[in-house]
Design a protein around this ligand. Structure first.
Ligand code: C5P
Length: 399
């Protein structure tokens, strides 16, 4: 972390006292830290403490009152190698998500070219409110990293999720981030995500519950590590990550997904098949809407879809890495090992729908990885999909 430029954004929550420890950890590790504090933040922690520890005047206002000196959020945004907002209150998260630039912290955020980490801290009900959930989803969709708060005793005396992650843990996140920053530089990564929709008629389809969140998290992490990413996404409601290094190709059906993958695969160094591809499609989609009264069909003829992973596996170049997913309800390891062989994968990420918090739609996942040489990782435990993406890319880089 030596010489790295960190903008530490502090907003007005009780957890602001923990930001002092975080600042000390950054400074001790050799980073240059510029603190930007919201007007409310100053009610919780004094700028004097922060400026003494960082060795730089704390920025809070757009102008220094007595000299009229303008604090350029643009310069600060460009200066930063990383921006960390800790604590991030519900209000600051909402402003960041919606571009309400009425203080230095949010204007700096909007000008920041660097990756942004957000450590929420609030009461459990505020944390669980749909407004907060939606705003955090928006921040994720911009490619920001959310450092999930812990469950525990809160300042209100209530117990629940909302306690800011401990400074040591936030510090580790940032240190790991710098560590892996350039690790995929120059590599091309192809990722599939989401479900496929197979048309029955113009209004109906065969699909599945995949939301694309796992594939999107992998795409964000690969881009952060310097890779050039082609993200082939089936129809999803979650916004695909926006990052200059991510090229999103939107498709609907398995056939379209296959075509997009076959186009990108020859160039790819790594292909990660996180999509839940429909195994079958209607043999003959109806051109017009099927009417119950007049068409009265009892069944739909299906034909098998191509296996995209297996197709790429059969055409794999030496050195190219191919990674699959296995989402199972039973006998997960045996099924996954079989898929790994059949599809010529280098490793397969196994998640079981039997595990609480794993699989479709959740923000968390619990995986293990099985390798082509028979090795198997231990279970990685229940983690956010962003953390799981990191584990998966670490494993692929170690191949
Ligand atoms: O055989 P199964 O569908 O369980 O295999 C899952 C793995 O294969 C995933 O990596 C998925 O993206 C990939 N797959 C595919 N094309 C299919 C079916 C699965 O790429 N038609």
């Amino acid at each position: 972390m030596k010489g790295k430029h960190i903008v530490l954004g502090i907003s007005g929550g009780i957890a602001a006292y923990k930001s002092v420890s975080l600042l000390r950890l950054f400074v001790k590790a050799g980073a240059e830290v510029q603190v930007v504090i919201t007007p409310n933040g100053k009610q919780f922690i004094t700028p004097v403490t922060l400026s003494s520890l960082s060795g730089k005047p704390v920025i809070s206002e757009f102008f220094t009152a007595n000299t009229g000196e303008w604090h350029s959020h643009v310069d600060l945004g460009l200066w930063a190698d990383v921006m960390v907002v800790a604590p991030a209150t519900a209000s600051t998260i909402a402003k960041m998500a919606n571009g309400v630039a009425d203080n230095m912290l949010v204007t700096t955020y909007l000008s920041a070219k660097a990756p942004v980490f957000v450590a929420p801290a609030m009461d459990l009900d505020m944390m669980a409110h749909p407004s907060t959930t939606r705003n955090l989803d928006l921040l994720r969709s911009y490619g920001n990293h959310i450092i999930e708060p812990e469950s525990g005793e809160l300042a209100s005396g209530l117990v629940g999720k909302g306690r800011m992650e401990e400074p040591e843990k936030i510090f580790e996140c940032i240190r790991d981030f710098f560590h892996t920053r350039e690790s995929l530089k120059g590599k091309k990564v192809l990722i599939t995500a989401g479900p496929t929709y197979e048309r029955i008629d113009p209004v109906r389809f065969i699909g599945n519950f995949s939301t694309g969140k796992m594939g999107f998290a992998i795409a964000s992490e690969a881009a952060e590590r310097g890779a050039e990413v082609t993200l082939v996404s089936g129809p999803v409601s979650v916004e695909a990550p926006r990052h200059p290094a991510i090229n999103v190709v939107k498709v609907e059906s398995a056939l379209e997904m296959l075509a997009a993958c076959e186009k990108a695969a020859p160039e790819a160094d790594i292909a990660i098949m996180a999509a839940a591809v429909a195994d079958y499609r209607p043999a003959q989609p109806h051109e017009r809407k099927i009417k119950r009264e007049t068409d009265g069909i009892d069944s739909i003829d299906l034909v098998k879809n191509p296996d995209i992973a297996a197709t790429l596996g059969a055409a794999k170049r030496p050195g190219q890495k191919l990674v699959g997913f296995a989402l199972e309800t039973d006998n997960a390891d045996a099924h996954a090992a079989d898929k790994l062989r059949r599809k010529n994968l280098d490793c397969i990420v196994v998640n079981s729908l039997a595990d609480k918090g794993a699989g479709f739609g959740t923000d968390t996942n619990k995986i293990k990885i099985i390798y082509a040489d028979g090795r198997q990782s231990d279970s990685f435990g229940l983690k956010s999909k962003a953390d799981v993406a990191r584990d998966i890319l670490d494993a692929i880089e170690n191949l």
